[in-house]
Design a protein around this ligand. Structure first.
Ligand code: CP3
Length: 375
């Protein structure tokens, strides 16, 4: 049981909390979005499947593009009031069950001393590359400094929580050490995830690779704990470039470090692992200690869930292209996924990867409607 007990503020919520602890029938008791989300992370039955969408705060939203018109991405994420506003935009429009703080996985390397830019058409470009032990030695992983430099993220979470209250779940996140190391060794994004320099570093300079991974692991753990203190109900670890690791080395190169991070998190806060197209079975991802594994649409979600312990929840896994198409198809595909998951507690509806900038608002609305209508 991973649900954090919060003291009741007012009377009359007894039933609600008893339900959350799994002692009442799910269907008999209305609950709010946050409770629904947290119950699903704990694989408890819910009256309907909760949903949010990866990259829900972003360019497919006209209200995001309007804010972004006169500001850089960097300004938006470094200004807590703007970041909180963007965090809340998709929840206001669609009523998602969870908000995810508007930030970026590259915020942690930046706090460690590596500046970055998002370049139109290229993606991430870092101000330094890590190619040697001396380079890794130059990275800062001091917890006090990391917290101080990432205080804008904590402030964005606090401001977001102020508006969400206890009605809607709030997620913090970080990139996995492996995925961050991919960017730091390469110095930039790689076409189709073909990160070669990080692998060369791990083979040719294992001391440098280990030091880099130790520092990233420490800084990511610090940042996730910091986000939880600032009000995050759950955290998601993005191992977006899991597939850049050879299958036989994935455990050593990535999962080992994720396991250390999960072990350092408070036990009562659920962790979600999104390891895109990971070269291992979902059960191996769950063995890191996370409560939820987020799966891409290359897998059949029900079949994957059946091969996991009942205590592990799954997240996903509609095609990220689904919201690009028409609303009828989005509604039907969402219904079909929910029908396939019927009777399996512990499902958070999401896409298999981030929503595209060209997604259609009415198709996102159709996914939300399908989740609401299905029971
Ligand atoms: O999910 C959310 O809505 C919260 C915000 C969020 C962003 N990035 C905002 C963003 C989250 C969770 C991320 C995570 C992230 N960032 C990942 C892991 C998720 C994944 O997709 O696998 C990665 C790999 C990054 C690094 C990154 N940041 C890239 C590759 C890019 C360029 C993407 C592109 O298509 O141009 C970014 C920029 C970025 N991060 C944008 C947003 C909304 C677009 C910025 C803009 O131009 O307005």
């Amino acid at each position: 049981m991973h649900i954090r007990h919060r003291p009741r503020k007012r009377g009359g919520t007894d039933g609600k909390y008893r339900w959350l602890y799994g002692t009442l029938r799910a269907s008999s008791c209305p609950v709010n979005a946050r409770e629904r989300f947290l119950a699903a992370t704990a694989s408890l039955p819910v009256e309907r499947t909760p949903l949010w969408i990866m990259r829900q705060a972003g360019r497919y939203l006209p209200e995001y593009r309007a804010l972004r018109e006169s500001r850089s991405f960097a300004e938006m994420i470094h200004t807590p009031e703007l970041a909180a506003e963007v965090t809340l935009q998709p929840v206001r429009r669609f009523g998602f069950d969870a908000a995810i703080v508007f930030s970026d996985i590259m915020a942690v390397p930046e706090a460690m001393g590596v500046p970055y830019q998002i370049v139109e058409g290229t993606g991430v470009v870092t101000g330094r590359t890590i190619a040697s032990k001396a380079d890794a030695e130059g990275l800062c992983a001091d917890p006090d400094l990391v917290r101080e430099r990432l205080s804008y993220v904590a402030e964005a979470l606090r401001l977001s929580r102020r508006e969400l209250g206890t009605q809607t779940a709030l997620l913090g996140f970080a990139g996995s050490p492996w995925t961050l190391a991919c960017y730091l060794a390469e110095g930039r994004g790689a076409k189709n995830g073909a990160f070669t320099k990080v692998l060369a570093l791990s083979r040719e300079a294992p001391d440098a690779f280990d030091l880099l991974m130790e520092k990233l692991t420490a800084a990511v753990a610090t940042h996730l704990a910091f986000q939880i203190e600032a009000g995050a109900d759950a955290v998601q670890i993005f191992d977006s470039w899991a597939a850049a690791a050879p299958a036989e080395l994935y455990g050593e190169l990535s999962l080992k470090w994720i396991g250390k991070i999960v072990a350092a998190l408070p036990k009562n806060v659920p962790a979600i692992l999104f390891a895109k197209d990971a070269p291992c079975p979902p059960a191996t991802l769950a063995a890191t200690g996370v409560q939820v594994v987020s799966l891409s649409d290359s897998l059949n979600l029900r079949a994957a869930a059946e091969r996991l312990p009942a205590s592990i929840a799954v997240q996903g896994n509609l095609s990220p292209a689904l919201p690009d198409g028409d609303p009828e198809a989005a509604y039907a595909a969402t219904r079909a996924l929910l029908a396939s998951m019927k009777g399996r507690a512990g499902h958070i509806l999401n896409l298999g990867h981030g929503i595209h900038p060209q997604a259609r608002l009415e198709s996102v609305a159709a996914i939300v409607a399908a989740a609401r209508d299905f029971s």
